[in-house]
Design a protein around this ligand. Structure first.
Ligand code: S5P
Length: 285
């Protein structure tokens, strides 16, 4: 069987064992989009103006709900409604990083009750496998599409997510493949941490890559950008995560501009994916 990044999203959707991963891959195929938009704004007006503008072009909306200054429970109700109406999944970029008991409470409870509305969340592997156990104790109990991404590599200059840290992240994920659906990373992870004899043929981790920009190489705070071609065609990542490249940097949201940029990134991301798949077909896979 060819490596996951050489197979179509459609084939992978048919085979994936986790419902959230299946739903995401199906949505990507249906909308011809491997674009996730990071809606990093501080008012619910801007938040929904952006989501309504980009909804037709995305497979995933990535949120940081804790930066919304006027958050209220209606926000997540409306977000779920838009997710169904426009066929996209919701990823709360919470980056859990505590002991199992604490992350289970952070995921299920408090103001945000993240597990009740986010299809996908992420966690730093730093506490070890207990962080997965804690989150899975909530997510796996729900009769809903729920999955977890581990942060195996970060996009920022000088990130410590390298070498043995990344290897251990992948090992942890392999032990919990029912709930861990993939990684926030910059490359594919199949070859990480294997001796030549290990068998991983049925492993299909999704790679979601932040740090994507068509017009800029980085910001003044250590962020680093690569193009969709570098990320998807060359490094085999599955989803491009784009924030400021689409939503802009200024204070005012221009919905027409946001829509135009979303369309541009969707096209670039999908062309980069098709290039990867066509190359594979030419090789006779
Ligand atoms: O390594 C990472 C991991 C994440 S989830 N680097 C990142 O930039 N992110 C997130 O992706 C970050 O929190 C932000 O929401 C988004 C990138 O935003 P942009 O405006 O730089 O595209």
């Amino acid at each position: 069987m060819p490596a996951p990044h050489l197979q179509s999203y459609k084939n992978r959707a048919a085979k994936h064992s986790n419902p959230a991963a299946r739903a995401l891959l199906r949505c990507m195929e249906a909308k011809k989009s491997n674009l996730a938009v990071s809606v990093d704004v501080t008012t619910t007006k801007d938040f929904f103006d952006i989501i309504e503008a980009v909804a037709p072009y995305v497979c995933l909306i990535k949120t940081h709900v804790d930066i919304l200054e006027d958050w209220n429970p209606g926000v997540t109700t409306r977000l779920q409604h838009l997710s169904r109406e426009h066929n996209f999944l919701i990823f709360e970029d919470r980056k859990f990083a505590d002991i199992g008991n604490t992350v289970a409470l952070q995921y299920s409870s408090g103001l945000y009750k993240i597990s009740s509305w986010a299809h996908i969340v992420n966690a730093h592997p730093v506490p070890g496998p207990s962080i997965i156990t804690g989150l899975a104790s909530v997510g796996m109990k729900l009769q809903e599409e729920r999955g977890l991404l581990l942060l195996a590599e970060m996009s920022t200059k000088g990130a410590l997510t390298i070498g043995s840290y990344t290897v251990e992240a992948v090992r942890m994920a392999r032990e919990h493949r029912d709930f861990v659906i993939g990684f926030i990373a910059q490359h594919r992870m199949e070859s990480i941490g294997l001796s030549g004899t290990d068998d991983v043929v049925d492993e299909d981790f999704l790679i979601l890559a932040p740090g994507v920009g068509l017009d800029s190489k980085g910001d003044a705070m250590g962020q680093q950008y690569r193009t969709p071609t570098e990320v998807v065609t060359q490094c085999g990542c599955d989803v491009i995560i784009v924030g400021r490249g689409i939503i802009g940097i200024g204070r005012d949201i221009d919905a027409e501009k946001v829509k135009e940029q979303a369309r541009r990134y969707q096209t670039a991301g999908w062309e980069a994916y098709e290039k990867r798949i066509v190359t594979n077909q030419l090789l006779g896979e």
